[in-house]
Design a binder for this molecule. Structure first.
Ligand SMILES: N[C@@H](CCC(=O)N[C@@H](CS)C(=O)NCC(=O)O)C(=O)O
Length: 216
């Protein structure tokens, strides 16, 4: 039993993000799964934790329930500063947040399960249309991310220097998501090079969907 309980789902990319951050910080946590397809995240039990009905939520025993993956990760950074996943300087922090938010604010939200369900239920989108929708927004965001990462001098082994940061966490989780929808990675060589660097680290590997207890 740990003081930290992660309410999440194996395939959820926002859950992947938080699992990576917990792993990078070397924190043990209890894994509490919610299957999204049968809507377990809409159950009274989960809505009591997060009225938004979205995973992940990080429960800190007797203290708080945190929601929103970026806020959870920034909490972990504040509460457990080592190893750092944000640069020390203000400009570096702004750059890392900006890269991370291309994924977190501009790619992921429009491709979430509830959006894909909505375009299916309200507008009759079939599997091909959903794939086209997903690819449109993922590719547009990744094109900008690729341009920045390939041209900005702060990019090195990882998005920002030689250690993984919040930007790498978001990049990694989104690359895994893109694979599910067959988004062609060939246009994004820098992103894929950084993905490979991340994938070599156990903290990232161990967070992959296929290694979670609820994976099927
Ligand atoms: N901005 C939120 C998004 C959370 C989110 O959308 N989670 C997805 C899984 S990746 C979810 O719970 N989807 C359920 C649904 O769309 O019904 C975060 O970063 O935590």
């Amino acid at each position: 039993m740990s003081d930290l309980k992660l309410h999440n789902y194996f395939r959820s990319s926002t859950s992947v993000r938080v699992r990576i951050a917990l792993n990078l910080k070397g924190l043990d946590y209890d894994y509490i799964p919610y299957a999204l397809l049968p809507d377990e995240h809409k159950s009274e039990t989960f809505l009591n934790l997060n009225p938004q009905g979205l995973v992940p939520a990080l429960e800190i025993e007797e203290l708080a329930v945190l929601t929103q993956s970026m806020a959870i990760i920034e909490y972990l950074e504040d509460a457990y500063p080592e190893p750092a996943i944000m640069p020390p300087d203000a400009l570096g922090k702004a750059r890392v947040r900006s890269l991370a938010q291309i994924v977190g604010c501009d790619i992921h939200p429009v491709n979430n399960l509830r959006i894909l369900r909505y375009i299916t239920d309200e507008f009759g989108a079939n599997a091909d249309a959903k794939k086209a929708w997903f690819t449109r927004w993922a590719s547009e965001g990744f094109a900008a991310l690729e341009t920045r990462l390939s041209s900005e001098p702060e990019t090195a082994e990882f998005c920002h220097g030689s250690a993984p940061s919040l930007a790498d966490i978001c990049l990694y989780a989104q690359v895994l998501n893109n694979k599910r929808f067959d988004v062609d990675p060939s246009a994004f060589p820098t992103i894929m090079r950084i993905f490979t660097s991340c994938d070599a680290l156990p903290a990232f590997q161990d967070a992959r969907p296929e290694f979670q207890p609820d994976a099927f």
